[in-house]
Write a protein that binds this ligand. Sequence first.
Ligand SMILES: *Cc1c(COP(=O)(O)O)cnc(C)c1O
Length: 419
Amino acid sequence: MATPQMPTTQRMQLPSDGDASGRTLGAEELALLTEAIHSGTLNSTRGTLVTRFERAFAAWLGRKHVIACASGSAAVHCCIAALGLAPGDEVVTTAITDMGALVPILYEGGVPVFADVDPDSLTVTAASVRACLSPRTRAIVVTHLFGRPADLDGLVALAQEHGLPLIEDSAQAFGATWRGRKVGSHGALAAFSLQQGKHITTGEGGLVATDDDALARKVFLYVNKAWGYGDPKPDHYFPALNYRLTELQGAVGLGQLPKLDAVVADRRRVAAALRHALAAVPGLCLPDDPPHGSHSYWKFAFGVDPAVVPGGAQALGKRMQGAGVACAPRYIQKPAFACALFRDWQQSPVSWLPLQHNDRRHRPAPFQTDAGTGQGYPGTSQGLERVVVLPINERYQPQHVEHVAAVIRDAVQGLVDGR
Ligand SMILES: *Cc1c(COP(=O)(O)O)cnc(C)c1O
């Protein structure tokens, strides 16, 4: 008869990025907010705080231009819009990302084409992107998932070989580096998110970075209803919304930025301690720096081998949650292309229109390279099946790391022993 499982560790309140316990918001942001309020100007077209934040972020990142906007989704939207797609043009991207990185492609008349990912890093590779290129391909989006830089050597070379702009979705990877240079400074354009749960936050917000003057101007216009501020004869040049950040958000961003390097260093310290504490646990594939890069640990995402840990990531995640350690087995529950908006693409003009200009519409699953057979995404399937996404943040102390590691150790042991 099965004996009831005894909790070996007491529950512990862990610092959360959903509130002050896991965030770095404080006096610096308050002082800048006070400045914004006293100025009486809360919009960025007249105020100075958003502009100061943009300049400071550009200096931090090492890029010529940074344009702030309303969200990470808006930032990706600006990047895509700046390319000026023709209807039905294809953008190669990943099915393991935030939906806010995908829908903008449709809104600009483009067709997202999903490349498979490496099952360990859950990131697209030069080879998987190459397999998706067609005469209609106009851009490549790479997502530095969970803060781990993708293999930029191969991706940058591939983009150059085909004359395609590379967009780095760096929303999860502030401060990660590749060959000593920050991610977000390797492609033609980069997008960042300032949403509550990212490395630094303004509640909602986003940033676009580029070195290209013409792309920067297009992004600026796209954030500002395409009104030609500063031009001798301004007009609304093309359809665009108001995607501006407010001065209040600019103030918070300006207060957050000087803390970012410490946030990244602290997260790397927490991740190293977790890796050390979990090193002897069988069946886990722990995150680490890739050969030429440094990971900035938006999350601590690890793989679980179901041949060693019965029930795999799902069973382990369930036990961790049962012990009070929040985590997300499978990250996003299914690949993006399996979500209703792509499956039912004929239901909305946003998804229907681009396909009227692309022969993929004749396929049973037009957004998938495998035409819906389920055969074409072994890396995506295995990656999602095996991953457990563990939130960590800069406020974790040694006792938090020890607690989380003890819960994981016990849970794995329990599954291995069949109790
Ligand atoms: C968070 C995120 C986005 C979207 O950012 P929002 O600010 O939530 O709109 C886009 N891409 C990735 C990879 C993200 O993690």
